[in-house]
Write a protein that binds this ligand. Structure first.
Ligand code: CDT
Length: 309
């Protein structure tokens, strides 16, 4: 049996500070049209897809960052993307900065089905970076200043003929992210990322190593939970700050089946057989038969390391 969901991983090249939502949405629509021509069912865009990666910019008054946030989704500036998706009969996922009616700020992503309905929302849980200006860093990474940790867990949704989950950027480096979704039977994890191509704390850690850690993380998550992973970059030079590419699709064996070259807007389209997740889920990663939860208590009982006496 096969159950094909054809996915388009839609990388965005750099978005400069001065670029408007309307300009970015036009770029996203152009990628969607390309995906439609290649018969994609589902298109995945990056983290914070509608704007530049603004958490690199420090504001003493954090409310000054609010113009980067969306107070409603969809809103008039993003509606043309929803209209195009409905016209194409295509599901989609993209990330954006969410400002709730209660005044909370999250780094969020949504899952939209082929009828244009928002069926899922995820709020980033593993926020990297720092709260205050850090002069020891080559560049600032102020996600902990501008966002609260997500409060929705790691849900999985039954949609588009499969079981689909989301996470965002830094979440992909944490095995807990995939396992919590794996325990809900996830068949495809989709995620977007904005990853600086140099570690702000360690200038010797450059592009090659950053790409290595990225691939290592998503390949391990896919293999250990026997699911597809679709990881989509915002890439290139944003106002002098470089983000790596590395948009790719990983199969449930942990193999990269497609990877986009370069740092510009572009897509890779992969027919993903969701039934290919069955083998791993029913053999080596049959959780019901093999997990030993009596030994996993420390995973949820503590945050930091507790060394033995
Ligand atoms: N956007 C995001 O989460 N970026 C992080 C950079 C970590 S360095 C502070 C990432 O994991 O790629």
């Amino acid at each position: 049996m096969s159950r094909i969901l054809t996915v388009a991983a839609a990388q965005l090249g750099p978005i400069q500070k001065a670029e408007t939502r309307a300009e970015v949405v036009a770029r996203m629509i152009a990628l969607m049209e390309e995906a439609k021509a290649k018969r994609a069912d589902f298109i995945v865009y990056p983290e914070l897809a509608l704007t530049t990666f603004f958490p690199r910019w420090y504001h003493e008054d954090r409310a000054e960052a609010d113009p980067w946030f969306e107070a409603a989704m969809p809103n008039p500036q993003v509606q043309p993307l929803f209209d195009k998706a409905l016209e194409c009969g295509m599901g989609m996922s993209f990330g954006y900065a969410e400002l709730t009616p209660e005044g909370q700020h999250f780094n969020s992503s949504i899952l939209v089905d082929k009828t244009g309905a928002i069926v899922g929302k995820y709020r980033k849980i593993h926020l990297p970076g720092h709260v205050d200006y850090d002069e020891t860093r080559a560049h600032q990474h102020l996600e902990k200043r501008y966002f609260e940790p997500g409060d929705l867990g790691f849900p999985v949704w039954r949609t588009m003929g499969g079981l689909i989950g989301m996470c965002i950027c830094n979440d992909r480096r944490w095995p807990e992210t995939y396992r919590v979704m794996g325990l809900q039977g996830v068949e495809m994890v989709v995620l977007g990322f904005n990853t600086p191509s140099v570690n702000g704390h360690r200038s010797g850690e450059g592009l090659a190593q950053r790409l290595f850690h990225h691939r290592l993380s998503v390949q391990a998550g896919a293999y250990q939970n026997s699911c597809w992973v679709v990881a989509v970059a915002k890439a290139g030079d944003e106002d002098g700050n470089h983000l790596m590419g590395g948009t790719l699709v990983v199969n449930p064996d942990g193999e990269i089946v497609a990877e986009l070259e370069g740092e510009a807007d572009g897509i890779i389209v992969v027919p993903c057989d969701l039934d290919a997740t069955r083998f791993g889920k029913e053999t080596i990663f049959d959780f019901a038969r093999h997990r030993r939860i009596e030994h996993y208590g420390a995973i949820t009982a503590q945050v930091g390391v507790v060394e033995p006496d």
